[in-house]
Design a protein around this ligand. Structure first.
Ligand code: DGY
Length: 327
């Protein structure tokens, strides 16, 4: 008999076809998120799950799912997965690194340009029928070219963002927990600086760190206070890395000139006051969402699941202390 797996949210048809070749598939193509109880009930008799960032996998869930051997996130981020608990229960956890880097970096540039050059605000003005003709001082924005781009968190996506800055003749500075090897720094044309220097030097500051207890509110009132007046602030990594209350205060004070945000603390809810600022571009966690990339992410997660449940080590295993087993 084929192992049973759960697909927690809507995926592309080819992914379901592929999974169906290997598993008995129960899938939530209606796409309504499961409550924690429903998730546990549906997963109780499954060997694997194709999951998304909204599916919390922790001790209380795992204790109710004795058959479970693999949870494969359709995301590079995995802060919805308690890896220690997964290991404790012998459950392999995987993510989808690499396939979304370029699309995500493209989108971060969309946020940079839209925020700096007031695209959202001016489009709303035009659509509201307020445009009466060309004016010299209309929607004066901030130049991106020749500015200093600061990158906080220089992993795969941060590096892709840096490389895209060349075309704008920018200077790129970055801060990371570990300094990059010289050849990568050269390839990115990026200079390592301390956190305070990064905050002080960046005209445009983009945050690229995963969420963990260590990065909770990594950017808060103290950090906003050290940024340049009028900085363009970009955040598309993970809700919780930035203290959204402090961000609102920094926007109110004028410290931040413009912002482009794709992720929020407690999303899909967001700090109500963010909606009030004309100089903030707000998007609904879509940085990786090109058609090709979301298809690739879902298929990579499905391949991880097939590999994990057929007794091999999936390439994107996050907790290598768990060894594959065929039950
Ligand atoms: C990820 O992959 O972690 C993204 O945030 C979801 O698109």
């Amino acid at each position: 008999m084929k192992p049973a797996v759960l697909v927690t949210r809507e995926v592309f048809d080819e992914v379901l076809v592929f999974l169906g070749e290997h598993f008995e598939v129960e899938s939530n193509q209606g796409d309504t998120p499961f409550s924690p109880d429903e998730f546990a009930a549906r997963l109780a008799d499954k060997a694997g799950a194709l999951a998304t960032i909204g599916d919390r996998v922790d001790e209380s869930l795992l204790a109710r799912c004795p058959q479970l051997r693999a949870v494969c996130n359709i995301a590079v981020g995995f802060n919805n997965l308690d890896l220690a608990a997964c290991s404790q229960h012998g459950v392999m956890a995987t993510n989808t690194p690499g396939v979304l880097d370029d699309s995500t970096a493209d989108f971060i540039w969309a946020l940079i340009l839209a925020a700096a050059r007031r695209v959202g605000e001016s489009e709303r003005y035009l659509r509201a029928g307020q445009w009466r003709g060309w004016k010299l001082k209309q929607f004066l924005g901030t130049d991106v070219h020749h500015a200093t781009l600061g990158i906080l968190g220089m992993g795969r996506i941060g590096q892709k963002v840096a490389r895209r800055a060349w075309g704008f003749d920018m200077r790129v500075v970055y801060h990371n927990t570990r300094r990059l090897p010289p050849d990568i720094e050269r390839a990115c044309k990026a200079t390592y600086v301390g956190m305070d220097e990064l905050l002080a030097q960046a005209d445009i500051l983009s945050v690229h760190t995963p969420y963990s207890p260590a990065t909770h509110h990594l950017v808060s009132a103290n950090e906003f206070a050290k940024m340049k007046d009028g900085v363009v602030f970009i955040h598309a990594s993970r809700g919780g890395v930035v203290d959204d209350g402090a961000l609102v205060a920094a926007l109110k004070s004028g410290r931040i000139g413009a912002a482009g945000l794709d992720v929020y603390e407690g999303e899909p809810k967001l700090h109500a006051e963010l909606l009030k600022f004309e100089n903030v571009v707000l998007t609904p966690h879509i940085a990786s969402s090109s058609e090709a990339t979301r298809r690739n992410m879902a298929m990579l997660a499905a391949q991880n699941l097939v590999t994990a449940l057929t007794g091999a080590v999936p390439p994107n295993l996050l907790n290598p202390d768990v060894k594959p087993s065929v039950k």
